[in-house]
Design a binder for this molecule. Structure first.
Ligand SMILES: Nc1ncnc2c1ncn2[C@@H]1O[C@H](COP(=O)(O)OP(=O)(O)OP(=O)(O)O)[C@@H](O)[C@H]1O
Ligand SMILES: [Mg+2]
Length: 257
């Protein structure tokens, strides 16, 4: 029996003018897998996320999510298909409450007509209640329940990163993309995040693709890893293969990490 991949790319690539930012990328991520995408600064990692989520249209190749090619889809359609992400630089609605930040993601999921929303008809009322309780549940999973009424901008940095994850989860992804989730966290916060990511995978039964420079975090969490360098795959394997790969070590030593 062939494996079930939640995400595949086939010879994926993009050029910016004369610069080939990503080339010949063939990722295969299984359902429920925690997968790492690593590499030196400027290797093309965030660009891969932008290709997977249709922020950018690929110059070459294909993305297949849950068996469907995203070729003709836009950003909203691929999110509906089951992919959600966080950003390298936190993007939250800073003036909104923590709870409302998550509710925004959930509103996009629920089906009710504009008319029932405007006139606050019963269908809207019950949808609103469901949204509220699901949002609180997500905050609970991320350890943010007690901060529900805080303005997002008043959360400490590590908790803002977790709120972004809660908001991404609100769109019910089958695969969640995390762009440097541990950036700016202290060692205790990073260790806690590692447990949170594992919990999310187990609790929601989803795949997670993460970009991260913290090698302890990546090696402790990821089942498979792809290393990018100058937009090309330098290595692929499990953490032990990657740790001991001389080319990978050289690429990192050659960068300013
Ligand atoms: N919209 C764009 N226009 C032109 N060049 C771009 C664009 N987006 C990314 N690039 C270039 O593509 C290359 C890869 O950038 P990318 O942000 O994907 O790297 P990264 O691996 O995420 O790096 P970092 O670890 O520093 O976040 C860089 O040379 C970058 O300048
Ligand atoms: Mg990046």
């Amino acid at each position: 029996m062939s494996k079930e991949y939640i995400l595949k790319t086939e010879n994926l690539g993009i050029d910016f003018g004369g610069l080939t930012a990503v080339n010949n990328l063939n990722l295969k991520i299984e359902k429920n897998q925690i997968y790492g995408l690593i590499g030196p600064n400027g290797a093309g990692k965030t660009t891969v996320f932008n290709l997977l989520t249709k922020v950018y249209e690929p110059t070459r190749g294909k993305v297949i999510i849950d068996g469907q090619s995203t070729e003709k889809m836009d950003l909203v359609a691929v999110n509906k298909l089951g992919i959600a992400r966080t950003f390298q630089n936190i993007r939250l609605f800073k003036e909104l409450s923590v709870l409302d930040n998550v509710k925004v993601g959930l509103h996009n999921q629920k089906e009710y007509s504009l008319v029932s929303a405007i006139f606050r008809l019963p269908k809207f009322g019950s949808a609103e209640k469901e949204i509220e309780s699901e949002a609180m549940e997500l905050l609970d999973v991320l350890g943010l329940k007690e901060f529900a009424d805080f303005k997002a901008k008043n959360l400490p940095y590590g908790k803002q990163r977790k709120l972004e994850i809660a908001r991404a989860l609100a769109t019910h992804p089958k695969i969640l993309l995390l762009d440097e989730p541990a950036a700016g966290m202290n060692p205790a916060e990073t260790a806690e995040l590692l447990d949170t990511v594992k919990f999310i995978r187990d609790h929601f039964q989803i795949a997670i693709l993460l970009i991260e420079h913290d090698m302890k975090f990546v090696m402790g969490l990821c089942e498979k890893i792809t290393v990018l360098n100058f937009g090309e795959v330098l290595a692929y394997g499990d953490p032990d293969d990657i740790k001991n790969n001389p080319e990978v070590i050289a690429a990192y030593l050659g960068s300013d990490e």
